[in-house]
Design a protein around this ligand. Structure first.
Ligand SMILES: C[C@@H]1N[C@@H](c2nc3ccccc3[nH]2)[C@H](O)[C@@H]1O
Length: 449
């Protein structure tokens, strides 16, 4: 055990109302929007296949050239209300917006840097427009903030000299002031999503990450911070040197999900996975033909997979420089939304059931006791859905769309739910009621071999 000043401040899940609301929301919309959306991965007629929000480095663009994109930022098609309505129809309960990405450009009129929205032709406070429009739709808003800042002269990747220490301390003060400004000026914001904290400079300043968490929770009671913000006294990140999760939820699943059989450890704490639609594009890229683009159903399965393991799913949208949402993303919002309209109850306020994963799909446990949801993605040709129950648990009924299904006990703690043998275009939901007595008499005998 290490004695830590800046390690985890709590063990176990937070149980306060703000965290229970965050947990119950389950499904969020990530939005990556900044100057990078203007070139969209193309520079001087050349398409760069790397992530569009990295174009400045992949195309080796000088800082002054990149920063002058600010004078072109004037999204004629931007409507915060339209974005919020689309998110509502998709079934998102929260939205996380990049206030400042690695490029350092701020979507709000920060008084700590001129590199912000107020100096663009657009001029207005985009963060405020988004917070107001999404909150008006009943959607919570969270702020993404990149500690890594390519624009700020005092940013350092490592601390190699006294000059680095002095400069980086100025940078940490700047970032602290910006975060306090965000928490103060946008009081309805529920959570802070930190990124760009993997460099040695930040790992050597764990104290700052602790101070930021404390400040945000003082300025904004109930505020939630992700584990990615945090480094401890010894530079350990996400989990402190004693293995305790720092922050309020684990944010290590980026473009990947935990395995439902081998990674069950994540069910012990709150966590959130964030996901791109292409293989690796967060900001708008003009050419999506350069990688696989996930279909609405692939993404819907990821949402259900995540819920089934007690996690939140944050699905990314990258609006174009003109403020429009590309057709692929519109279709995703519509198709996922059509399913969520009738089946959101298997996602919202639902989580890990603790039952053994089966091939046909996922279990989710709603807050209502003695009930479980089966979300079927892979219907077997037999139409027979195997269910293994924990010792002593009995299934009393199974129904889909209010129609009862035959439930057959076939061995000790094993059942088959008899489902229709036909093709379905969308995942099917079966509600199980548990309790009651099992079959009398049939004592299942293990074979002798
Ligand atoms: C949540 C995601 N994290 C950012 C990111 N920064 C990186 C730096 C190095 C390698 C991968 C990165 N992903 C991505 O741009 C996006 O914001």
């Amino acid at each position: 055990e290490f004695k830590l000043q800046y390690g985890a401040q709590r063990t176990g899940k937070r149980t306060d109302a703000a965290m229970e609301r965050w947990r119950g929301n389950r499904f969020g919309q990530f939005i990556h929007w900044g100057l990078y959306a203007i070139p969209g991965g193309v520079w001087n007629g050349k398409t760069y296949n790397y992530a569009a929000e990295f174009l400045k480095s992949s195309a080796k663009i000088p800082g002054s050239t990149w920063d002058s994109l600010m004078y072109q930022f004037n999204p004629k098609k931007f409507s915060a209300k339209e974005w919020a309505r689309m998110a509502k129809r998709m079934g998102a309960k929260y939205m996380t917006i990049t206030t400042k990405h690695h490029e350092g450009f701020c979507l709000w009129p920060s008084r700590f840097t001129e590199f912000n929205i107020s100096r663009t032709p657009y001029g207005k406070d985009i963060l405020k427009e988004l917070v107001d429009a999404y909150n008006a739709e009943g959607i919570d808003v969270n702020f993404y903030y990149s500690v890594l800042d390519w624009h700020h002269p005092d940013w350092r990747y490592d601390i190699k000299s006294p000059e680095d220490s002095v400069a980086f301390r100025r940078y940490l003060d700047f970032a602290f002031n910006q975060l306090k400004e965000l928490a103060t000026n946008y009081p309805t914001v529920k959570a802070f999503w930190f990124d760009g904290t993997w460099d040695n400079s930040v790992k050597k300043n764990g104290w700052w990450t602790y101070e930021v968490e404390q400040m945000l929770k003082q300025v904004s009671p109930g505020a939630i911070v992700n584990s990615r913000l945090r480094a401890d006294d010894r530079g350990a990140r996400h989990f402190d040197s004693n293995g305790q999760l720092m922050g309020d939820y684990e944010s290590g699943y980026e473009r990947r999900l935990p395995d439902p059989v081998t990674d069950l450890k994540v069910t012990k704490w709150d966590w959130e996975a964030c996901m791109t639609v292409p293989e690796n594009q967060w900001g708008y890229h003009k050419d999506w033909s350069i990688s696989h683009v996930k279909s609405p159903l692939e993404l819907l399965e990821m949402l259900v997979h995540t819920t089934s393991m007690g996690g939140n799913f944050l699905l990314n949208f990258g609006p174009a420089g003109d403020g429009s949402i590309r057709p692929e993303e519109q279709r995703i919002a519509a198709e996922i939304g059509s399913w969520m309209q009738n089946n959101g109850n298997v996602i919202y306020n639902s989580g890990y059931a603790g039952w053994e994963k089966q091939d046909w799909g996922y279990f989710t446990a709603p807050s209502r006791p003695n009930t479980l949801n089966m979300v079927v993605f892979n219907l077997p040709v037999s139409g027979l859905l195997k269910v293994k129950v924990p010792a002593g648990v009995k299934i009393s009924t199974a129904s889909t769309g209010g129609k009862k299904l035959r439930v057959e006990e076939i061995a000790k703690n094993q059942y088959l739910v008899h489902f229709e043998r036909k093709w379905f275009a969308m995942p099917q939901v079966i509600v199980l009621e548990t309790g009651g007595e099992g079959k009398k008499g049939a004592q299942y005998q293990d074979a002798k071999t």
